[in-house]
Design a protein around this ligand. Sequence first.
Ligand code: NAD
Ligand code: UD1
Length: 352
Amino acid sequence: MSVLVTGGAGYIGSHTCVSLLNRGMDVIILDDFSNSNQKVVQRIEHMTKKEVKYYSIDLKDKDAVHSVFADNEIEAVIHFAGYKAVGESVVNPLSYYDNNLISTIYLLQVMKQFNVKKLVFSSSATVYGRPKQVPIAENAHLSATNPYGRTKLIIEDMLRDIYASDNDWAITCLRYFNPIGAHPSGNLGEDPRGIPNNLMPYITQVAIGKRPVLQIFGDGFSTKDGTGVRDYIHVMDLAEGHICALEQLKKVTGFNFYNLGTGKGYSVLEIVQTFERVNHVNIPYIITDARMGDIPISYADPTAAATGLGWKAQRGLEEMCIDAWRWQKNNPTGYSDKKNPHLMQSGDFSFS
Ligand code: NAD
Ligand code: UD1
């Protein structure tokens, strides 16, 4: 099967490309590298010993997208490309509506034109807004608390409408919970630009000495220890979820949506303590005020993905922490060659 992977150089896309290639699928990456590095493609090729065709294209350039479809026999699309930072979306909503929605509309128009009607879309647990109960099942109430989340809801609605208008489409929305970890080789991982918004990259940057201290956003939630609880999922489990979704799309048409989570919730303190224990590093932290808009607790009911896709997360929290740290240790400045001026000397922090 020949799969176009939009955003294939990004964090989740790159790991998924490795899984697709190792499954014998042909991969074509389309990415504008606005939040990724071209070196990712070389790493994927090196790891899989396969050549990967890639296009440095903005999805909002419809003619360019058209030419990618004209040049290749694409059978299915996995659509990762988009902006994903919640805070940034609140400050600059138009850029989120512009990039995430326009890109997707153009992609869908071109797919339709070329009669490519199999699509896996990266949705998010953010579509559940402030969940009324946990675990969260797919039929829970949907709402958006920020422009980023609203783009995911709008795209899900758009896809539902497309399937309703033409039942030849096979569309699966995957609602990811909290992806963390890295490829076990240490060659691929999460490389956020600037200050990380999410917990795990912040922890690994504290561990490597790039940042002095982790701020834990609040310990007054009604959770097991007062800190926020989330469903962390290993990025390789997530990657495999996309393979299962594609396998299903080969066989049946329809519009489906599934949670990809483990079904287990861990607190921020549990993440910090596990990371310290399995990696023998110290993570200094301070407790600060809660981050605006943060919810106390979120974890998935993953039953539908098990029954509908035959997919279940296999990797536990320890593996997530070990792999995240291996990636950061092997790549102290991420994919960049530049030595980071903010990196402390090795004596300033401890790791095994
Ligand atoms: P990422 O930023 O690492 O990857 C996204 C990729 O898309 C980047 O390589 C970026 O350069 C590219 N891109 C952005 N706009 C583009 C455009 N207009 N044209 C072409 N390429 C473009 O993000 P990720 O963490 O890998 O997330 C992938 C998808 O999963 C996103 O849609 C995100 O919203 C969704 N998601 C991510 C998380 C998470 O925590 N990482 C959680 C839930 C959902
Ligand atoms: C974030 C996004 C959400 C997205 C999800 C998965 C926000 C507000 N929400 O949610 O839309 O679907 O990622 O990618 O960005 N924490 C700290 N200190 C830090 C960073 C985080 O204590 O420096 C805490 C948070 O308060 C939270 C937990 O760690 O309790 C996880 O945070 P994060 O990784 O940002 O994910 P989410 O808040 O679940």
